[in-house]
Design a protein around this ligand. Structure first.
Ligand SMILES: Cc1cc2nc3c(=O)[nH]c(=O)nc-3n(C[C@H](O)[C@H](O)[C@H](O)COP(=O)(O)O)c2cc1C
Length: 346
């Protein structure tokens, strides 16, 4: 486990990093994905996949907290609804070196509903407040919440301000609001990310109503220009999920300068591929598989000539026996050849 407490960021610094964050996404934002994203932006706040408090506290699955020191600023997202258990899980996360602990009140999957956590907690703001209180008492890092605007037949105009009021009274200052309802019955988790309509305006109104809170908007945002628009509207942050995963270069490359006003040593996509090679080497030496890392790299050249050959070579070759960094170098060379060929014929 990475114990890197010394590198931990303070709340004010994290507020700034939260101007742009990459959403927690199960099976997607694992440590390899976050390592890659961090090469593309030194500033954006990164979230882990959700880790449940029972898995950590009762299951002892501490390996779920493993991360690399380079990932900072990085937040651990927890799923759960038992205040004492969440407090223990938060403590384990803080001890592992995470800069922030986030509570999931937005995820509608069946498994999550059955354990009474995720979006169903929008119906129980008092319980969420107790969870936040217990987590805050257990750790010295910031505790934040990711939520929806409501669930099922709740009226978001009533439910969201009530939720923010009660949970902030328990000491949570920073919220990320996925600007659509979750329907707990009848929609799959995937449909719940697309079908309920987005209401960005409600989130903007919450910004005006709760001036002391730090509010990030999430849901359906795909470009840096949109991100700049929300920030110009007065929102404190923008969280991007699927677009950051499928097209990480568009969302993260250049963000340090455009969104954070900082000149950093963040890398362009081709340089990021080269920087991944020693990481891949180390992962393979530790017994890992190439595809576990390269699956997150498939979208690096999205929308550019050569993107297809890059994606195809990696997805077809990474599972082959003995595949290693050489495959990644070959795929990069094929990408570059296609780009050069395109230029020559232009
Ligand atoms: C594959 C996948 C897994 C997700 N897992 C989580 C999760 O673990 N915790 C969570 O709060 N949200 C989860 N989400 C929801 C995202 O964090 C985000 O709220 C949602 O995708 C909307 O943002 P987007 O339109 O920018 O993708 C997941 C989304 C996807 C696509």
């Amino acid at each position: 486990m990475s114990r890197n407490k010394g590198l931990r960021m303070s709340g004010t610094v994290l507020d700034h990093n939260a101007r742009l964050s990459v959403a927690p996404m199960m099976d997607w934002t694992d440590r390899h994905c976050r390592y890659l994203h961090r090469l593309l932006s030194r500033k954006a706040l990164l979230y882990t996949e959700m880790v449940t408090s029972p898995a950590l506290v009762r299951g002892g699955a501490l390996h779920l907290l493993d991360h690399d020191v380079s990932e900072h600023p990085v937040a651990l997202q927890l799923g759960g609804s038992d205040p004492a258990e969440l407090a223990q899980a938060a403590k384990l996360g803080a001890e592992a070196g995470y800069d922030e602990i986030n509570l999931n009140c937005g995820c509608p999957s069946d498994r999550v509903q059955s354990g009474t956590f995720g979006a169903i907690l929008m119906q129980q703001p008092d319980l969420v407040a107790r969870c936040v209180e217990a987590m805050r008492a257990a750790v010295d890092v910031e505790v934040t919440v990711k939520c929806r605007i409501g669930v099922d037949d709740q009226d978001p105009e009533v439910v969201l301000p009530d939720f923010l009021e009660k949970v902030s009274a328990a000491g949570c200052r920073r919220f990320t609001i996925h600007a659509r309802k979750a329907w707990l019955q009848g929609l799959s988790p995937k449909e719940n990310r697309d079908i309920p309509p987005l209401d960005y305006d409600l989130v903007r109104r919450m910004r005006a109503r709760f001036p002391d809170l730090h509010l990030s908007v999430n849901g359906g945002i795909t470009t840096m220009a949109q991100t700049e628009g929300f920030l110009a509207d007065g929102l404190d942050g923008v969280m991007i999920g699927r677009a950051a995963y499928h097209d990480p270069s568009a969302v993260l490359c250049g963000a340090d300068e455009r969104i954070f006003g900082a000149k950093t040593d963040a890398l362009e996509p081709e340089a990021a591929v080269i920087a991944m090679l020693p990481y891949i080497e180390a992962h393979l030496s530790a017994g890992g598989k190439l595809a576990q890392v390269t699956r997150h790299m498939l979208g690096l050249f999205q929308g550019r000539p050569g993107a297809r050959v890059w994606r195809r070579m990696l997805s077809e070759g990474a599972h082959r026996k003995g595949a290693g960094p050489a495959l990644v170098e070959e795929a990069l060379a094929a990408f570059r050849d296609t780009v050069a060929g395109d230029r020559a014929t232009a």
